[in-house]
Design a protein around this ligand. Structure first.
Ligand code: FMN
Length: 304
């Protein structure tokens, strides 16, 4: 099912979410990546990062909570040891970038684009910055970051990944577009805290974390809908929608709300082969709706 996500042509409408597919090739060991339109690497930083102390991930009745702390090998090791394995995956590869400041983002994004990856995604919705503030919280800072990355990567497609923040999202989405984003990725995990009543301590080594999975799905659908109507559609910028997609109905809802393609993260931990069922379900759904392409259903459930 051919899917256009702005300048990115995907042969399937599903992309593996950042941080849930390793650096990309690891997922290929358990799933034929022809079933995906693309994989996103875990967020790569300029220097290696060890990440947070364990436990880093815990299961919840409605999904999971994690505080990985951006553990990754750093750009130099990524390019040397992982990048060569990504040319044969059979789907697009999106390099996710995180950093403490704008220089960091530019350095890593430029290196990823120069290495020939299909696209770069700026993760501006994680708190591991120099001052602990999200880049997406400050519209001017965000626009400057996106513009600097845009200038550094030339015509390589640029995704900007925003947080689930109903108050700031319209401003943040507009700033990302003004800076030169080609695609908006909505959303990252939602801040959360799991506490163990027996130990009376947080379950995760870091204390707080980010919640993902089915529990956040309706919130993300609402956010995709709002951003699509007020910002993305008028600007002609597509949305990659992700949050709690576990089955084809979730993916369909995300697209009806305005996402041109969808991401899966938590579902891959449950069973990577779910992607196959989601694709089949979407194909049947498109046929049942009497349309020729899934693109015709993007934003087709808008509220008045
Ligand atoms: C274990 C784990 C690690 C993650 N690491 C990253 C990351 O490195 N960069 C990033 O942008 N998002 C990261 N995310 C967020 C996911 O890409 C995704 O936005 C979020 O989990 C919502 O989708 P889901 O409900 O389908 O999992 C991570 C999520 C999980 C569960």
């Amino acid at each position: 099912m051919l899917t256009m996500l702005g300048p990115l042509q995907l042969h399937k409408p599903i992309v593996a979410a950042a941080g849930t597919a390793g650096t990309g090739w690891e997922l290929g060991e358990v799933l034929d990546l022809q079933h995906l339109g693309g994989v996103t690497t875990k967020s790569i930083t300029r220097e290696p990062r060890l990440g947070n102390p364990p436990m880093r991930v815990a299961e919840l009745p409605t999904g999971m909570v994690n505080a990985i702390g951006l553990a990754n090998p750093g750009i130099a090791v990524f390019l040397k040891e992982h990048r060569p394995k990504l040319d044969v995956l059979g789907c697009k590869v999106i390099g996710s970038v995180a950093g403490a400041d704008i220089d960091d983002y530019v350095f890593v994004a430029e290196a990823l684009a120069a290495s020939g990856l299909d696209a770069v995604e700026c993760n501006v919705s994680c708190p591991n910055t120099a001052d602990g503030r999200l880049f997406s919280d400050d519209p001017t800072r965000l626009r400057d970051l996106v513009a600097a990355v845009r200038a550094a990567i030339g015509t390589t497609p640029l995704l900007v990944k925003l947080p689930l923040d109903f108050q700031r999202i319209s401003c943040a989405a507009q700033s990302a577009i003004d800076g030169g984003a080609d695609i908006l990725t909505l959303t990252n995990t939602v801040p959360g805290l799991a506490i163990d009543p027996d130990t009376r301590k947080p379950v995760l080594g870091n204390g707080a974390g980010g919640v993902s999975g089915p529990g956040i799905h309706p919130l993300v659908v609402r956010m995709v809908h709002d951003v699509y109507i007020h910002v993305a559609k008028p600007a002609g910028i597509p949305i990659l929608g992700l949050g709690g997609i576990m089955q084809w109905r979730d993916a369909a809802a995300m697209m009806l709300a305005g996402a041109s393609a969808v991401g899966v993260g938590t579902a891959l931990f449950a069973d990577p082969r779910r992607v196959i069922k989601i694709n089949k379900g979407l194909e049947r759904w498109v046929l049942s709706q009497g349309v020729e392409s899934v693109q015709e259903l993007v934003g087709a459930a808008l509220m008045d």
